[in-house]
Ligand binder design. Sequence first.
Ligand SMILES: *[C@@H]1O[C@H](CO)[C@@H](O)[C@H](O)[C@H]1NC(C)=O
Ligand SMILES: *[C@@H]1O[C@H](CO)[C@@H](O)[C@H](O)[C@H]1NC(C)=O
Ligand SMILES: [Ca+2]
Ligand SMILES: [Ca+2]
Length: 320
Amino acid sequence: MFTKTLLVYFIVYILSDFSYGQRDKKFFRTDYDYIETTKGFYKIHTSEQTWAGAKRVCALEGASLFYAENRAEANAVISWWKTVQPNVGWAFVGISDIITEGIFETIDGKLVSEVYNQWQRGEPNDLHGDEDCVHLKLSGDLNDYRCDGESYFICKKSLASLEWNDLCNMPQLGYTFSEDTGKCYKLHTTPLNWTEADTVCRTEQSHLAVINEKLEADYLANFTKSASRRRIKGDYLKGIFHAGFQKKLYEDWQTVRGTPISSDASLWWDNHLPTEDQHKQCGSMFYTGSLNIVNCATKSLFICEREVDTETLGEEEYYE
Ligand SMILES: *[C@@H]1O[C@H](CO)[C@@H](O)[C@H](O)[C@H]1NC(C)=O
Ligand SMILES: *[C@@H]1O[C@H](CO)[C@@H](O)[C@H](O)[C@H]1NC(C)=O
Ligand SMILES: [Ca+2]
Ligand SMILES: [Ca+2]
């Protein structure tokens, strides 16, 4: 027993050294479960979204809105669902007849007749002429439902489609490792307000960039240079990038990691630490790298940051 445990540890050690983040680890994200029989990772979201919102959240997570390819996958997912979220009765799946009424298609353009399609009796009924998005019920039946209704939903990532950003130890390939800071960054070029930007970074398992040293500010000023020059069109505040600090009600300025902001005045625009201003409660970085504060409703580009987590996850797979 003792030697067996040692052996397992040894194997895990070897594997984490040599197949760090590889597909054979069967690891995608800590919030997804892997089902061996379907070779896929799944997550049931229990915060409700419209169908379009659900599709977007899955995409931000690096996955896509789930639909079952066949009955075997439907059965496997439903039995997993019964163990993890038995109180969730139905969830949006990636099938709709938004494009042509009555022609249900998957989000990647397959006809519903080519995939799992067990409709509930009497469905799809396009109730009130207003049901174009599909729910999978825990019973295994499909039903068409309003796209703007909010529901739980299931995201899926197939093992075959899993790619890995080795330097950043994450599935998102859009993150760049910086040798200067030892962290990974992604510049988002779709302008959003601070709150939305914060959510987008978290969904990607990162956070808005926390800048508390000159080296990092300099690196990021250079990192964002191309975007500053490219003049991305749209109605947003140019020349700044949302960054990871804010002033919450009754609290001091702090980073999104809950730590104090840097008190080194030379990091701040005009050598001023942020002050009380009820209209400016969110953090940003000026294109030169100096820190600044803005109204949280301001739309701008933003930088997500990820600390590289070298503790590889998903090792429990090997204990079976
Ligand atoms: C600035 O960024 C470019 C490309 O991203 C890189 O090649 C260059 O070395 C960087 N310069 C500095 C001073 O970091
Ligand atoms: C940010 O945008 C979202 C969606 O448009 C909106 O609901 C939210 O109130 C905005 N937040 C701020 C602080 O303006
Ligand atoms: Ca319809
Ligand atoms: Ca219906």
